[in-house]
Write a protein that binds this ligand. Sequence first.
Ligand code: BV8
Ligand code: ZN
Length: 252
Amino acid sequence: MPERDAAELLRDAKRVVVFTGAGMSAESGVPTFRDALTGLWARFDPRTLATPAAFAADPALVWGWYEWRRAEVQRVHPNAGHRAVATIESHIPDTVVITQNVDDLHERAGSSPVHHLHGTLAHPYCSGCGEPYTFPPEIPEEPEEGRRVAPPSCAECAAPVRPGVVWFGESLPEGQWGIAERAAQDCDVFLCVGTSSVVYPAASLIEHAAARGAVTIQVNPNSTSWDDRVSFDFRAPAGVVLPALRGCLAGP
Ligand code: BV8
Ligand code: ZN
């Protein structure tokens, strides 16, 4: 039974990487990058909106999009998949959680630290001088269809504050990328959950792990370019497979 074999390998692993993408948060109600945008952003491709050029061209449109996503993330909750990751971490101390997601659902499920390769919605900063910006405490009220929201101005230099995420064409946070690359090269088991594996350099991590002979486990209800290259390919939602794997960890 593949789950048991994969779980046995997971249970005997010393160093584990859990690498996640938008699919990890799908069962919490956070749309993936595959899901068409709605409302004000329906006519945009997220890959064009998540760029410095889009922010320069129309800061209120882009800031409004991120405020809408931030409000949504604060409305939803971690799912069974997020919770299973946190439990796997408690069973296997040398587990490194690496995500492409800008939400804080892994942290809210108890995972720590979580290495965000593409930044987070929680840490905006000034687009001019880089000064960190602290959001007011209240949860943003964003209309379902979204709206333009002028970004706040930096207290230091008055330049517009930008979302604390990595946009296309921008380099990844060096520290986080270094940790991720080393972990992928050193792991025994690489769990790849809810990602289409198309955005680089993040998508190269599984290549590092596979090249080093790690056991690679894909969890995705849909096909990706890794289907016939991984050790185990679980074609099902994260919220189903990860609790099953965690369940096997407890041992007979
Ligand atoms: C850079 C933050 C250069 C913002 C994001 C090599 C080859 C080709 C292109 C490139 C290359 N190297 C660089 C590029 C360009 C580009 C890139 O990769 N383009 C792609 C599109 C071809 N990369 C970059 O621009 C990167 N920067 O290279 O800089 C540089 C170098 C030096 C100096 C200066 C510059 C930066 C990329 C980061 C961009 N920011 N996010 C924001 O969120 O708004 S990327 C963003 O999109 C996400 O973070 C994520 O990474 C990606 C979406 O992918 P996924 O997470 O996989 O989600 P997706 O929706 O695609 O798929 C969801 C999956 O889940 C599906 O497979 C689905 O089946 C599955 N699923 C659904 N439900 C479930 C599920 N799975 C499990 N359970 C379920 N229930
Ligand atoms: Zn500034």
